[in-house]
Write a protein that binds this ligand. Structure first.
Ligand code: PGA
Length: 249
């Protein structure tokens, strides 16, 4: 039985003051959750979030990681550094990084491998653009993204990753995939995982991301292969994020 995971992606939002308020709100409301809960915060705030979340049962994650272990890579953050600050998760291959930082599937695969090497769980993001969906290429695009990333990993690592299906056209737009549309792609993702490691695929959590909100979370999470959410905008308000967590319960 797969546990539900609700992971917040704060993106490049926050301040010491605003985070303190948000984290207090989460401490108050998310403690008794039946779902697993995580928040992926901007790197400079990992220490603040680590202290605030200690003992709450809410896991900590980062939003990106270097593909390299250490060395002359100015501006990069190594997986071991994330681990130093108590991270369990790191998002890799978010569409915003693919778009604005030219990350391709090969690099995303290397980042996932770097995370796994220190025991972090990579949340591997895949998803099609509106144009690709309109052209009927969703399955082909998502499969190609996933396969390229999985090629960078050992098949024994398949059971140690989380996958997030995030249709690019749904991110931050208020447009959500219908539960049926999302389930179709989640089912396909599980098949691709099974082709690499049949035993592990059934246990991999596949999250949906893209304008998940308190009012659509329940029906999305009711689908058989939707095992949680990667939540952007709605993770910035404690009441909304907690409502999504409750919908998962
Ligand atoms: P959104 O973002 O919930 O604001 O659409 C999701 C994401 O990009 O992870």
């Amino acid at each position: 039985m797969r546990r539900t995971l609700i992971a917040g992606n704060w993106k490049m939002n926050g301040s010491l003051e605003a985070n303190a308020i948000l984290l207090r709100g989460l401490q108050a409301g998310a403690g008794s959750a039946e779902a697993d809960v995580a928040v992926c915060v901007p790197a400079p705030y990992l220490a603040q979030a680590q202290v605030a979340l200690a003992g709450t049962g809410i896991a900590l994650g980062a939003q990106d990681v270097s593909a390299h272990a250490s060395g002359a890579f100015t501006g990069e953050v190594a997986a071991s550094m994330l681990q130093d600050f108590g991270c369990q998760f790191v998002i890799v291959g978010h569409s915003e990084r693919r778009t604005y930082h030219c990350e391709d599937d090969a690099l995303v695969g290397q980042k996932a491998r770097a995370a796994l090497a220190v025991g972090l769980t990579p949340i591997v993001c895949v998803g099609e653009t509106a144009g690709q969906r309109d052209a009927g290429r969703t399955g082909e695009i998502v499969s190609a993204q996933l396969d390229a990333i999985l090629d960078a990993l050992e098949s024994s690592d398949i059971g140690r990753i989380v996958v997030a299906y995030e249709p690019v056209w749904a991110i931050g737009t208020g447009k959500t995939a219908t539960p049926e549309m999302a389930q179709e792609v989640h089912g396909l993702i599980r098949q691709r995982l099974a082709s690499k490691n049949p035993a592990a695929a059934a246990g991999v959590q596949i999250l949906y991301g893209g304008s998940m909100k308190p009012d659509n979370a329940r029906e999305l999470l009711a689908m058989p292969d939707i095992d949680g959410g990667l939540v952007g905008g709605a993770a910035l308000k404690a009441v909304d994020f907690i409502a999504i967590i409750e919908a998962a319960g």
